[in-house]
Design a protein around this ligand. Structure first.
Ligand code: BGC
Length: 759
């Protein structure tokens, strides 16, 4: 007989202890049913409320709500003393003593800030990504948190959208892999354990496809594309056991996700078998009025709950209207019971009924200083960050730099502690991040002379600065004239052997509500780069940005370019490691870099069309732009190294694949250059003729391989029938017999080809 595992906490609860036999699921069911029998309708509704603590809702104000059982969970509270105080209120003053859970946006780190998710994806290193997730979970759990609103796995093909920075890029297969890796890393097999947190994958669904890349905008998409390209990463997270799903703010084919029973019930629950909680996004329920599907707040609440939104985030309306709606019979009480059960099940899975303080520990063990340096994982952050940097250009082997002579370090981001952390890093401490300036000094010590000048503001456009500084003074604006700043920078550059210019976007330019109609580097910085170039000194651009930028002009006005995203707490040291060759760059682009905003959307795994553009023979009536070069500036999967790699002898183990069979692609990778280094061998597949058009190629495997200078290795990449499956026009999942092309390359564009037949 197995004892119901809740005895310890029940002794402190108002709920009478019960014991049960059976599986974990049966025990949970028995416990939650027993608890729900004792709850009033208002208490059940209270469990559905996720409340944010902030200036509009101070912690004192919610004390009353907690003690009356009107609040189910809290977010935006991130220290153990604050969290303990609230849990004490629930446990000491609440009638049924139901513990709260505590959530937060731990998106790319908690105390230690890792590179933004787009950067993490660029590592093409699932172990490094997992390590970032594990450390994030450990630090979040150490802060007393139970859940993270992460991973964000929206497929992103439009760099105008500022939130591409929060996701893992454009490739469905890669993002699905990472979704699983992150859920596993956060939950670590059991979200109740100290050191684990529950994942809540977001934003369900299709948020990455907002029209025009404008945040919160409409999404309208064919069912085929939805199933093929956009839904799989959420499903991968659900299959990995993500305890939560956050509902997106956009509409899906005319119906807002928050009022979409097809999405939240039919697809998520019935088809995918999701058993956890659904959480609305911030204030999304009342937004149903503006979406034009709810007449008023009461109607919005009815729609959300009956569509399957369990918890309302920062929305007072569930509390206000649900009791009346139930009494009038407009919402069945069974809907409240269903949602309440999901919340209580979640708390059970978080281990909170066993021990409401399981992540908090005893008060006496709280860290003296939440922000203590000793709580950071700097060494791991540096190793992970340098893995994410992508070398875009390196003419005349400008990089790596020598640790000698004079280096001019210039640019508005070169010494910005705030920017290098990226957005969604609020539990990180700005003063603890290493800027590029500090990283360079750390690297060279007394060996080289580093001169610094800011050179330009991020932008001279005051309206943009005001927008970026709306809620916090994030961007420091230098009131000197642009020419004064450039003059100072040029003077510094003239004294140097090489110029390192750190340019791009401020972190707030790649965030929620940060869509851009233009994806170039702002004119103030371009003017600076032009002036630096005119000095004749070699120019290295260190790019800091959270989206693919149109960098054609920059590539013509520089000798080397290193894409560094927003690289986190240890970013400056990691960037210095790469600039000086202490680490040979190995990152690859997880999103296509277009030449101009006019080419968007641009992604490598597109359909061919009946009149594809052909570089060798462009022709007129082909799918192309006549006023611009065609194709991307830098393709998906692209990234250089200080050494050179060559691929040869590409073979397939068989020219045929049997049903349920497997073949192996093999290729010899040789490091033909002078440096040790790693690269990513990528395997793509194309279904040549299928019942629906299939992409020109799709990533289906990769391997990151480290080779010493001169070394070579046979790299084997297996392919199974599973890798050939897709949704047909009736949305049936399967592989169709026939010819498949297989490509290997070190990016998605420059590839070698073989073929086989699926029987
Ligand atoms: C964002 C979510 C986030 C939530 C809570 C919303 O504005 O869309 O991604 O998890 O706020 O901070």
């Amino acid at each position: 007989m197995k004892w119901f595992g809740v005895v310890s906490v029940l002794s402190g609860l108002a709920i009478s202890p019960v014991f049960a036999q059976g599986t974990d699921a049966q025990q949970r069911e028995a416990f939650v049913s027993h608890l729900m029998k004792q709850m009033t309708l208002e208490e059940k509704i209270g469990q559905l409320r996720l409340i944010s603590v902030g200036p509009d809702n101070p912690k004192e104000a919610i004390r009353d709500g907690i003690s009356k059982g009107q609040i189910g969970a809290i977010f935006n509270t991130v220290t153990r003393p604050d969290i303990r105080l609230m849990q004490d209120q629930a446990m000491q003053l609440g009638r049924l003593k139901i513990p709260l859970f505590f959530a937060y946006d731990v998106v790319h780190g908690q105390r230690t800030v890792f590179p933004i998710s787009l950067g993490l994806a660029a590592s093409f290193d699932l172990e490094a990504i997992a390590l970032s997730g594990r450390i994030s979970a450990q630090e979040a759990s150490d802060d007393g948190l139970n859940m993270t609103f992460s991973p964000m796995v929206d497929i992103t093909r439009d760099p105008r959208w500022g939130r591409v920075s929060e996701g893992f890029g454009e490739d469905t297969w890669l993002v699905s892999k990472i979704a699983k890796v992150m859920v596993d890393a956060y939950q670590n097999g059991d979200p109740s354990k100290p050191g684990s947190v529950m994942a809540s994958v977001k934003h369900f669904a299709l948020y990455g496809a907002t029209e025009g890349g404008r945040d919160y905008n409409t999404v309208d998409m064919s069912p085929l594309r939805m199933h093929q390209d956009y839904l799989p990463p959420y499903k991968a997270a659900v299959d990995a056991g993500s305890g939560g799903v956050m509902v997106s703010l956009n509409s899906v084919n005319g119906v807002p996700a928050t009022a979409n029973p097809w999405l939240l019930k039919d697809l998520l629950r019935d088809q995918w078998g999701f058993k956890g909680i659904t959480i609305s996004d911030h204030g999304a329920i009342k937004e149903l009025i503006k979406h034009g599907v709810a007449e008023d707040a009461r109607d919005a609440v009815r729609l959300a709950i009956t569509s399957g939104v369990d918890m309302s985030m920062s929305d007072e309306y569930y509390d206000k209207y649900l009791p009346g709606l139930v009494k009038e019979g407009r919402v069945a009480e069974s809907e409240i019971d269903r949602a309440c059960r999901d919340v209580l099940n979640t708390k059970y899975d978080m281990g909170l009924f066993k021990d409401p303080y399981n992540h908090l520990g005893p008060a006496g063990a709280d860290p003296q200083d939440t922000n203590a340096e000793s709580r950071l994982h700097r060494a791991q952050a540096r190793v992970i960050a340098r893995n994410t940097l992508v070398l875009l250009k390196n003419d005349n082997q400008t990089l790596p730099l020598q640790k000698q002579g004079t280096i001019a370090l210039i640019g508005p981001m070169a010494d910005s502690q705030r920017d290098i952390m990226g957005s969604w890093s609020a539990a990180g401490v700005v003063k603890q991040s290493i800027t590029v300036r500090e990283g360079l000094h750390n690297a060279v010590g007394e060996k080289a002379n580093i001169l610094y000048a800011k050179g330009a503001n991020i932008t001279q456009d005051k309206s943009i600065i005001d927008y970026l500084n709306l809620y916090e003074p994030a961007v420091v604006f230098d009131s000197r004239s642009p020419q004064q700043m450039i003059d100072e920078a040029v003077k510094v550059a003239r004294q140097a052997d090489v110029v390192v210019a750190v340019v791009g976007e401020s972190q707030g330019m790649a965030h929620e509500a940060s869509s851009r109609a233009d994806i170039t580097i702002p004119p103030s910085q371009r003017n600076l780069i032009a002036a630096l170039k005119a000095t004749g000194k070699p120019i290295v651009l260190v790019l800091m940005n959270g989206r693919p930028l149109a960098l054609g002009w920059e590539s013509e006005h520089s000798d080397a370019m290193l894409e560094t995203w927003f690289s986190g707490t240890e970013g400056g040291n990691a960037i210095a490691d790469v600039l000086f060759g202490d680490y040979n760059p190995s990152g690859k682009l997880p999103m296509t870099f277009p030449r101009s905003v006019g080419q968007i959307p641009m992604y490598y795994n597109h359909l061919n069309s009946g009149r594809p553009f052909n570089k060798e023979n462009p022709g007129k009536y082909t799918s192309r732009y006549f006023d611009s070069p065609n194709g991307p500036l830098y393709p998906f999967g692209y990234g250089l190294s200080y050494t050179q790699f060559a691929l040869s002898d590409f073979t397939l183990s068989s020219a045929e694949m049997a049903r349920n069979g497997k073949i192996t692609a093999s290729v010899t990778l040789k490091n033909t250059g002078k440096y040790d280094g790693a690269t990513v061998v990528q395997l793509y597949v194309q279904d040549v003729a299928a019942s629906v058009s299939r992409p020109i190629k799709e990533l289906r495997n990769f391997k990151k391989v480290m080779l010493r200078a001169g070394q070579q290795q046979r790299v084997e990449l297996p392919l199974t029938e599973e890798d050939l499956k897709f949704y047909n026009a009736s949305l049936k999942w399967g592989a169709e017999p026939g010819k498949f092309n297989v490509f290997v390359g070190l990016d998605s564009d420059n590839v070698q080809q073989q073929s086989f037949t699926l029987k």
